[in-house]
Design a binder for this molecule. Structure first.
Ligand code: NAD
Length: 491
């Protein structure tokens, strides 16, 4: 093969694209990645999972010091917030991780090409072409960073890359309210809500999903009054009903206000405030706020990729249709992550990146979509894997439920974090675990055990008969598994 033809060109260096690039390079492929952003890592690293968790961790410490230290017999002056420093720490966490991805690219000899990628019509049957337009307004940092980052980096001319296969991994973008578009200052998406230069007095959040509750938590802990407007009757509508209910109660206790089954219909500016009109049933009202975070979902970022011209098929919801090897309707063009069906989660995109590359190399890898964990990083955290109780009922699958409250867990008591529970749902006849739902301290880490057990087809009895060190939060999972057969010890 000619030297200048890549085995794989990837458009987008988010969690799907960068992981696919590294795995493909490990498997011996010659890989180029086209990325228009100054920093690698996509939305997750730059304006999603990582900066939000950095702020969630910082704000949690702030709230602990303010609200809970006294419980532990620690008497301090009320803590003061240095928001600029908190934001700078968050930016530093992001920078270190994105630099880490750049290091991994170099280590794996992945060619990084800075610019916006677009598919060109193929010139022959041997390879595909990706046109890369330089981003004209890249910041200084980008120019400096890219001076030694492989072919094309630092080159401001448009160029065309040739490759035998192309992987589309451009991710997604936030959905706007059509009648209230983002203005970047008052009506904002998560990106801006990660960097407010001062704590808003009143933050209105539209959407009681992952982003709304996580960023709402950050600003609530830092002193904002937070009102969440959610159009459905439950928070995080796909989650287990008891988790959603428990979370609603816990967040209300923390000072959140919720307007459930309520829609935003418009807004006007008056006296430096945003007056937001909301409708609930036939009741109309106006809520005054300083900022409005719109977090009503995300849509796949397919625009500008040249999909129509090539005939790459989309499904009815606008996602790219792929087969089990992630190949689109056009041979040699593939897609993963938020562009295709399934939950828009970084870990789902990462798994797809690995499996895509391994299948390209002839391996028989698969993503087990039944066991994708979902986590909301509030406090208490919510974490789920598998079927919810509502789904089991709807699908008429016979099940037994075991539940254990953190109130009965020694370690949770020591931590003074007893809100929440673990619920294990197991098949009535076989005992196989069908779903695990946790609301509680560090649920995000606890769910990993459930994912492993379920992936290997384990039963509630398997969890119950396994050692869980004492005293740990993980004992709550063991007790919930025991409770499936009504033999929990501590409840
Ligand atoms: P989401 O789908 O999690 O939640 C959107 C919420 O907005 C839903 O509850 C929905 O009912 C509500 N809604 C929709 N339109 C509305 C309207 N007009 N008025 C009021 N409520 C409305 O979406 P998100 O929070 O924007 O997150 C986007 C994506 O990012 C999700 O797919 C999510 O999986 C992902 N994400 C995940 C995490 C995590 O895993 N911890 C964190 C952040 C984002």
């Amino acid at each position: 093969m000619a030297e200048d033809i890549f085995d794989l060109i990837i458009i987008g260096a988010g969690p799907g694209g960068y992981v696919a690039a590294i795995r493909a390079a490990q498997l011996g492929m010659r890989v180029a990645v086209v990325e228009r952003n100054a920093r690698l890592g996509g939305v997750c690293l730059n304006e999603g999972c990582i900066p939000s968790k950095a702020l969630l961790d910082s704000s949690e410490l702030f709230a602990l010091a303010r609200d809970k230290f006294s419980l532990h017999g620690i008497v301090i002056e009320p803590p003061r917030l240095d928001l600029a420093k908190m934001l700078a720490r968050k930016d530093d966490v992001v920078k270190k991780l994105t630099d880490g991805v750049a290091f991994l690219f170099k280590k794996n000899k992945i060619a990084l090409v800075q610019g916006t990628g677009r598919l060109q019509a193929p010139q022959n049957n041997e390879f595909h072409q990706v046109e890369v337009t330089p981003v004209r307004d890249l910041g200084l940092e980008t120019r400096e960073k890219n001076s030694d980052q492989g072919p094309g980096a630092g080159d401001r001319e448009m160029q065309v890359l040739k490759g035998t296969r192309v992987l589309l991994a451009t991710g997604s973008q936030p959905v706007e309210l059509p009648f209230l578009p983002f203005d970047g200052k008052t009506i904002v998406s998560a990106r801006e809500a990660l960097s407010f230069e001062s704590v808003p007095e009143h933050l209105l959040v539209v959407g009681g999903g992952y982003i709304g509750l996580e960023l709402g938590s950050v600003w609530n802990r830092l002193g904002s009054q937070v009102t969440v407007v959610e159009m459905l009757p439950n928070l995080i509508p796909t989650s287990d009903g008891q988790v959603a209910e428990g979370l609603l109660r816990a967040l209300k206790k923390q000072g959140f206000t919720f307007r459930m089954e309520t829609r935003v219909t418009g807004a006007t500016f008056a006296g430096g405030k945003l007056l937001v009109q909301v409708v609930s049933g036939d009741r109309k009202e106006e809520i005054s706020c300083d900022r409005m975070l719109v977090a009503v979902g995300r849509r796949p970022l397919t625009a500008g990729l040249g999909l129509e011209a090539l005939g790459v098929a989309l499904d009815r919801s606008g996602r790219v249709s792929v087969d089990d090897k992630y190949q689109t309707s056009v041979p040699g063009i593939y897609a993963i992550g938020d562009l295709i069906a399934g939950p828009m989660l970084a870990h789902k995109a990462m798994e797809e990146g690995v499996v895509f590359a391994e299948r390209l190399a002839g391996q028989a890898s698969v993503v087990d979509y039944e066991f994708v964990p979902g986590i909301v990083y509030t406090w208490p955290e919510g974490a789920s894997v598998g079927k919810t109780e509502e789904q089991l009922k709807q699908e008429k699958i016979p099940y037994a439920a075991g539940r254990f409250n953190f109130m009965g867990n020694g370690r949770a008591r020591c931590m003074a974090e007893t809100d929440g529970f673990v619920k294990v749902l197991a098949h009535q006849e076989t005992g196989r675990v069908l779903g695990v739902h946790i609301l509680g301290p560090r649920a995000s880490d606890l769910i990993a055990e459930a994912v492993t057990v379920m992936t290997y087809g384990g039963s509630a009895a398997d969890i119950a008969m396994t050692f869980h060190a004492h005293p740990t939060l993980s004992e709550a999972l063991k007790e919930a598994a025991l409770d499936v057969d009504k033999r929990a010890i501590h409840s």
